[in-house]
Ligand binder design. Structure first.
Ligand SMILES: O=C(O)C(=O)C[C@H](O)[C@@H](O)CO
Length: 266
C-alpha cells in the first residue's frame, strides 16, 4: 500500500493559490459535508473547536475520500500530542503561537524519527502506517508530512524570518485575530499597525523561500493578502457560514411585508 500523498504539501511547492475553509463543528459528519464543497484544504481546528484526538480521527476518516486536504491545528506544540495526531494519520499540522526559531526547531523534531527527531514509533498500531501496510514508513514519512507554524504575536513577527528559515518548516500561517489583540488593537486586524506587521511577516516568509497563509473570511482582506503573496488563504469559516445564512434567511421573513421589495412585478 502506498503512503497517502499529501496534496496540500505538493500544491505549496507548485506555488498555486490554495483556498481553504475553517472547519469548527468538530464532527465527522459536518467535516464530510465541508469536504464535498470543493475547497483546496480545510482546517480541523483542535485549538478553539471542541476537538479530541478520537474526534479528529473521525474527521480525518470522514474526509479521506475527498480531494479537500485536511490540515489539523493542534491546541499547542506539545510533542506527545503531535505524536498522537501524526499516528492517527494527520499529515499536515498547524501549530499555534510559535514565537522563536527554537520553538520551530522543536516542532520539526517532534515530527521526525531519530536521529532527526524524537517521534516515537507506533508501527502497526497506527493509521499513519495503515497498520504496517505502508512499506518503509519510518524512512519516508517525513516526505509527506507538512509543518505549518502560526505566527500571531508581536514577538513571533519580530522573529518570523528566523522561524521561516528553519529547515522542516514548510509554511508560516499568520493569525490576524491574535496578532491584533497582541498589538493592542483587539478585534481590529485592519488597523494600520496590524496590517504593517502582517505585510512584514508575509514578506519575510516569502524571502525565506517558504509559503505563507492567513485567515481572511472578508473577501477584500483575502484578495489583498493574496496580492501581497499569501498562497493559502482560509476564506471561510463553516460555523460563520451557517450562522450568517440562517440569520439572513430568517430576517427575510421577520421583516414586515411593507418593507420588503415585491417578490413579483407585473
Ligand atoms: O489569530 C487568528 O486569527 C487565528 O489563529 C484564527 C482564530 O483562532 C480564529 O479567529 C478562528 O476562527
Amino acid at each position: 500500500m502506498n503512503m497517502p500523498h499529501n496534496t496540500f504539501k505538493a500544491a505549496l511547492k507548485k506555488n498555486a493559490p490554495q483556498y481553504g475553509i475553517w472547519a469548527g463543528f468538530a464532527t465527522g459528519y459536518a467535516a464530510e459535508i465541508v469536504a464535498t464543497t470543493g475547497y483546496d484544504w480545510m482546517l480541523i481546528d483542535g485549538e478553539h473547536a471542541p476537538n479530541t484526538v478520537p474526534g479528529v480521527l473521525a474527521q480525518l476518516q470522514a474526509v479521506a475520500p475527498y480531494a479537500t486536504a485536511p490540515i489539523v491545528r493542534a491546541v499547542n506544540g506539545d510533542a506527545s500530542l503531535i505524536k498522537q495526531l501524526l499516528d492517527i494519520g494527520a499529515q499536515t499540522l498547524m501549530i499555534p503561537m510559535v514565537e522563536t526559531a527554537e520553538q520551530a526547531q522543536a516542532l520539526v523534531r517532534a515530527m521526525r524519527y531519530p536521529p532527526h527527531g524524537i517521534r516515537g514509533v507506533g508501527g502497526g498500531l497506527t493509521r499513519a502506517t495503515r497498520w504496517d501496510g505502508v512499506p518503509d514508513y519510518l524512512a519516508t514519512a517525513h516526505e509527506q508530512l507538512c509543518l505549518i507554524v502560526q505566527v500571531e504575536s508581536r514577538l513571533g513577527v519580530e522573529n518570523v524570518a528566523a522561524i521561516a528559515a528553519v529547515e522542516g518548516v514548510d509554511a508560516v500561517f499568520i493569525g490576524p485575530a491574535d496578532l491584533s489583540i497582541g498589538l493592542g488593537h483587539a478585534g481590529d486586524p485592519g488597523h494600520p499597525d496590524v496590517q504593517e506587521r502582517i505585510q512584514y511577516a508575509v514578506d519575510a516568509t516569502l524571502a525565506a523561500g517558504k509559503a505563507c497563509g492567513i485567515l481572511a473570511p472578508n473577501e477584500a482582506d483575502a484578495r489583498r493578502y493574496q496580492d501581497w503573496g499569501c498562497q493559502f488563504i482560509a476564506v471561510a469559516i463553516d460555523i460563520s457560514l451557517l450562522r450568517h445564512s440562517a440569520m439572513a434567511t430568517l430576517a427575510r421573513y421577520r421583516t414586515p411585508a411593507t418593507e420588503q421589495a415585491p417578490s413579483r412585478t407585473y
